[in-house]
Write a protein that binds this ligand. Structure first.
Ligand SMILES: Cc1cc2nc3c(=O)[nH]c(=O)nc-3n(C[C@H](O)[C@H](O)[C@H](O)COP(=O)(O)OP(=O)(O)OC[C@H]3O[C@@H](n4cnc5c(N)ncnc54)[C@H](O)[C@@H]3O)c2cc1C
Length: 384
């Protein structure tokens, strides 16, 4: 498959990230999960390797790499530790992408170099207590007062919030008492009036930092506006479609890591005098796992490749995210089954992979929302 989508540069990136993941991430992954410890040192290392600025143009110190390269990096990281992968993905795809897509030159100048080097981590605030799948129900307001905006409201489940230096967020823009629609802003995390909540205790992705944030009479200059309501909230969300490729890639990596562990275990574990993979019920499970991973990988790389060709990827990205995340859930569940009782205890990593997989069916659009998007795309061209 690598030959289908990869240039020599992609192959080199894959080898480089595999080496980093195996030698630096894998040895600490279990401990980071156990202690719910944010991987600060690994973020620094990913900055040094150019991963934190993977999409950023070289004039800002970024690696300026394409979506196929990005998917490869996420797969390789998630294969050993999904928390590290989502920390990097939330920074690059969610936190940085709105700035790359909608930022003006002074906003880019202000933030991008430090973002690309990994010195500044970024976060993205869209979800609110009453606006998750229904992101259009955003209640946070940015009210124009003179040349400034006064922001009130709050966001929940924000990845990297406690570690980030910069935040992109959405808010309902109010001007002269009128609701102008939803816009997006970019601000330093240290802005007065921005309050960061306590770290969430999660089922999985435990080393990733997830928090609520609150805005209380936070005053920001008009120059912090990233995307005006005129550009349109739908257009804004559409451009974040590539985030679905992120989660698709995270799903492929998570599933691959669990599958590889189950494959080795199935050879080593002897029952009734033979390796358990000599039982058809186990070998068929392995066959199904490998097949679903292969199909997921094809969907993810195809969506990434289409994105690199400048094509509309709404349907393909949703399909990739849906299928790959449900595959990750199935594969990690079967990996535990193959490990028997050992799969249920934390000395074996498959229970971590299983816990890390569930969120993949929820974040960046639930499976239900992906089906809704796909169905809408399928039906929109029909003549009635
Ligand atoms: C660990 C973690 C990290 C996250 N990181 C971020 C982040 O960095 N930034 C950010 O902004 N958000 C983040 N999120 C939020 C995440 O994207 C939302 O949780 C997700 O979009 C779902 O929204 P919700 O939780 O409000 O669920 P809801 O929207 O309330 O959905 C509840 C259920 O109803 C279903 N449902 C809702 N609407 C429909 C419909 N129209 N048709 C059919 N079914 C429907 C859903 O599929 C789901 O099963 C994160 C969440 C978690 C748990």
């Amino acid at each position: 498959m690598d030959n289908l989508f990869f240039t020599n540069e992609h192959k080199m990136i894959k080898a480089m990230v595999r080496e980093f993941a195996e030698s630096e991430v894998k040895p600490v992954a279990r401990q980071l999960d156990k202690n719910s410890e944010f991987p600060k040192n690994l973020v620094k290392r990913m900055g040094e390797l150019g991963l934190m600025g993977i999409h950023v143009p070289d004039k800002y110190g970024g690696a300026n790499l394409d979506m196929v390269a990005y998917a490869t990096v996420i797969i390789e990281l998630a294969r050993v530790d999904a928390s590290v992968a989502i920390t990097m993905a939330a920074h690059t795809s969610l936190g940085t992408l709105p700035l790359l897509l909608f930022g003006n030159s002074s906003q880019k100048k202000k933030y991008l170099s430090k973002i690309a080097s990994g010195e500044t981590l970024s976060a993205f605030g869209l979800t609110e207590p009453e606006a998750g799948s229904d992101a259009g129900s955003t209640k946070t307001t940015a009210t124009k007062v003179g040349e400034d905006y006064v922001v009130n409201g709050g966001k929940i489940f924000i990845t990297n919030a406690g570690e980030a230096g910069v935040l992109s967020f959405t808010a309902r823009v109010i001007e002269d008492g009128n609701d102008m629609g939803i816009g997006a802003f970019i601000i330093p995390m240290q802005t007065k009036g921005l309050h960061i909540g306590k770290k969430e205790k999660k089922m999985g992705w435990r080393a990733s930092d997830t928090r609520q944030i609150y805005f209380k009479d936070m005053i920001i200059a008009s120059s912090a506006m990233l995307c005006s309501p005129k550009v349109g909230f739908k257009a804004f969300l559409k451009t974040l479609t590539s985030g679905r490729i992120s989660i698709g890639a995270l799903s492929v990596g998570t599933a691959t890591g669990a599958y590889e562990k189950a494959l080795i275990y199935s050879q080593d574990r002897i029952a009734f005098g033979k390796s358990i993979n000599q039982f058809q019920s186990i070998s068929f499970k392995l066959a199904d796992m490998a097949t679903k991973i292969e199909a997921s990988k094809l969907l993810v790389y195809h969506a990434a490749w289409l994105k690199d060709q400048g094509k509309n990827i709404v349907k393909q990205a949703a399909m990739a995210k849906l299928f790959a995340s449900e595959t990750a859930m199935d594969v990690t569940k079967d990996a535990i089954q193959i490990h028997g009782g050992y799969g249920y205890v934390s000395d074996y990593d498959v229970e971590r992979y299983f816990r890390d997989a569930k969120i993949l069916e929820i974040g960046e659009g639930t499976s239900e929302i992906q089906r809704l998007v796909i169905a809408r795309e399928l039906l929109k061209d029909l003549q009635f």
